[in-house]
Design a protein around this ligand. Structure first.
Ligand code: ADP
Ligand code: MG
Length: 237
């Protein structure tokens, strides 16, 4: 589903340019649950931003669902992003003055694939799947951090994307809220979504089936998680 080969990224807003990803190759199959780990500054967010079409690589190839993406226009990439990808940020990125409903509705305003008359049902379903039905008409500013991140997950889900990316989704949360978020991502994966998560915490990473470790812009290891997954209880301990 995702194949990258010798992927490179250099930021040219510095002189000399900052080479961040130095030729990374791997394949992720449909339905996998992947953690990308590595120390701060190793290039994890850069990699996730390339995989989710926020940014373009400066070298190498990226095949998404069998399509070579380098020749696609910005509009074509935006269309793939909107239909096939949901993204969850560390800092939630909600509109704080808007309600839960309005925040989750946001991606639908840019999408023609769901007819207007069906939108409410999609929004309510996404909000229910993160357990926040009773907060539907509450302003985002009035929610706890954990609730905000669950709203952000509902927003990522509302277009029913096949792939969900999350960059340090538990980074701003206490351990109980973090465990709830990880449980939701785990459930979404069991329901068939591909989940690709960035974290610098081993315990969070071990919710996944496979861990890709990035060091200094290169893939250091690609390891299946053999033992039982981290459970919510172990996470909180
Ligand atoms: P991580 O998420 O693993 O902490 P990042 O991908 O955010 O790492 O950053 C990797 C390196 O790229 C860092 O040295 C960072 O300073 C640099 N970097 C990130 N974004 C930019 C940018 N827009 N311009 C220049 N350098 C950047
Ligand atoms: Mg980062």
């Amino acid at each position: 589903m995702i194949t990258i080969e010798n992927l490179e990224k250099a930021y040219d807003d510095t002189d000399p340019p900052t080479s961040v990803l130095k030729g990374i190759s791997f394949t992720i199959d449909k339905g996998e649950f992947i953690s990308i780990i590595g120390p701060s500054g190793s290039g994890k967010s850069t990699l996730l931003n390339l995989l989710s079409f926020f940014d373009r690589p400066t070298g190498g190839t990226y095949l998404f669902n069998g399509r070579e993406t380098s020749t696609l226009s910005d509009n074509e990439l935006a269309a793939i992003r909107n239909k096939e990808i949901g993204f969850v940020f560390q800092s939630f990125n909600l509109l704080s003055r808007a309600t839960v409903y309005e925040n989750v509705e946001m991606p639908l305003l840019y999408s023609s694939s769901i007819p207007e008359k069906d939108r409410r049902a999609h929004i309510e379903k996404a909000v229910a799947s993160v357990g926040l039905t009773e907060k539907l008409n509450v302003e985002a500013a009035k929610l706890s951090g954990g609730q905000k991140q669950r709203v952000a997950i509902a927003r990522a889900l509302v277009n029913n994307p096949n792939t969900i990316f999350a960059d340090e989704p538990t980074g701003n949360l206490d351990s109980v809220s973090g465990a709830q978020v990880m449980e939701i991502l785990e459930t979404l994966n069991k329901e068939g979504h591909t989940v690709i998560l960035v974290t610098h915490e081993t315990k969070t990473a071990e919710f996944a089936d496979r861990i890709l470790k990035i060091m200094d812009g290169q893939l250091e290891s690609d390891t299946p998680v053999k033992h039982k997954r981290t459970t919510k209880e172990e996470f909180i301990k």
